[in-house]
Design a protein around this ligand. Structure first.
Ligand SMILES: Cc1cc2nc3c(=O)[nH]c(=O)nc-3n(C[C@H](O)[C@H](O)[C@H](O)COP(=O)(O)OP(=O)(O)OC[C@H]3O[C@@H](n4cnc5c(N)ncnc54)[C@H](O)[C@@H]3O)c2cc1C
Ligand code: FES
Length: 335
């Protein structure tokens, strides 16, 4: 196996995945879940053939598959291969801290703002997430930070959490059963952050997917980023919209044009667009002056991300300028 643009090449054992082989060689290869759900190990297959242990299509979009992307934690080489991957981005500084919940606040009928106070400060990039483990829980759950990182990191870690019916963690959380629990939090994780550029920014969120988008927007405001931006946010009905004051405040402080487009899919309401949030992508791109230099940032349920990637690529946005975190759970093939 060769890693393009580097001097790195090495043998991969029989039935070993690309990720296992790279880690065994001592390389910091990007990864998190190792079970094919988070997308962190995404890399591009430039030549050769791999078999997938679990289909890449659970996590990668059709457009990414067509462009040659694979999930390295699920890819077993069947020939010599060459891949492209950003090893720089892999350098993980994740550490584990313990903490307790200090605030839960209803944002909507099924989304809460949840904050943990942890023993020492955690540094992260706006858009990244943490893995949360609780006593007796079946395994860690991932939650994206909702605030800007601040200088020197934070001891108060906040996120927006949607209640998933039948979900092991969120059901217990929403019943208040974890208020006194001692948590282990591992962070930072992920590769979702604002990339350098001068072009416009299109942000698309649904449900608790607003969490990392708020972090990213707050951080961009603090850094006086001067790029035009539209935030598209999708809900079913009016009661699914939240953080409207905070979004308005971002708009007031934003350098350049900033528009917030709330989209409702089930009920029409004044001042709200109607339909699927991803159906508004072409209009938003036109409002931002076209795809030239445009970068897209999306967070939320897997179906929304898949529809978003399809809409963006059909408008001519290159796949490499589309960044997202898919909020997968146990029902979407992993965890
Ligand atoms: C990178 C990333 C960032 C994320 N950020 C956020 C965030 O900021 N906010 C947020 O709200 N969520 C986020 N998520 C999703 C979150 O991590 C959890 O998956 C979600 O909260 C569900 O956890 P749970 O324990 O309540 O549900 P789970 O126990 O995982 O269950 C989820 C659903 O699957 C069903 N189920 C359980 N086991 C199976 C099985 N074996 N087969 C089929 N179905 C099953 C359950 O009944 C339930 O309906 C993120 C996910 C990722 C990958
Ligand atoms: S590490 Fe491969 S998809 Fe999560």
């Amino acid at each position: 196996m060769r890693i393009s643009g580097t001097e790195i090449d090495f043998e991969v054992g029989k039935n070993q995945t690309v990720l296992e082989a790279a880690l065994a060689q001592g390389f910091e290869f990007p990864h998190d879940c190792t079970v094919g759900t988070c997308g962190s190990c995404r890399s591009k297959l430039l030549s050769g053939k791999v078999d997938a242990i679990t289909p890449f299509g659970y996590t990668l979009s059709r457009e990414e598959l067509t462009a040659g992307y694979i999930l390295s934690c699920q890819a077993v080489p069947q020939s010599d291969i060459e891949i492209a991957v950003d090893l720089e981005a892999a350098a993980s500084h994740a550490e584990t801290v313990s903490g307790r919940i200090v605030e839960t606040r209803d944002l909507t009928h099924d989304i809460k703002l949840v904050s943990w106070e942890v023993e020492r400060s955690v540094s992260y990039k706006a858009g990244q997430y943490m893995n949360v483990r609780w006593p007796g829980g079946p395994g860690p759950r991932s939650y994206s930070f909702s605030t800007e990182p601040g200088e020197g990191g934070r001891t108060r870690l906040s996120t927006f959490i949607r209640k998933v019916p039948g979900g092991a963690f969120t059901e217990a959380l929403f019943k208040g059963e974890l208020d006194d629990a001692a948590f282990e939090i591992e962070a930072p994780h992920g590769h979702f952050w604002l990339h350098d550029g001068d072009g416009p920014i299109l942000l698309v969120g649904g449900g608790s997917g607003l969490s990392p988008l708020m972090s990213l927007l707050e951080d961009a405001v603090s850094r006086s980023v001067q790029r035009d931006a539209i935030l598209l946010f999708g809900g079913r009905e009016e009661r699914d919209l939240y953080y409207l004051d905070e979004i308005a405040e971002i708009g007031r402080r934003w350098k350049g044009k900033f528009e917030f487009w709330p989209v409702l899919s089930q009920t029409e309401a004044p001042g709200r667009r109607f339909g699927m949030v991803t159906a508004e992508i072409p209009a938003a791109i036109a409002e931002l002056g076209g795809v030239d230099g445009l970068q897209a940032y999306m967070c939320g349920p897997p179906v929304m991300i898949d529809a978003g990637v399809a809409a963006l690529t059909s408008q001519g946005v290159p796949i490499d300028d589309i960044h997202y975190d898919k909020f997968t759970d146990a029902s979407t093939g992993g965890n």
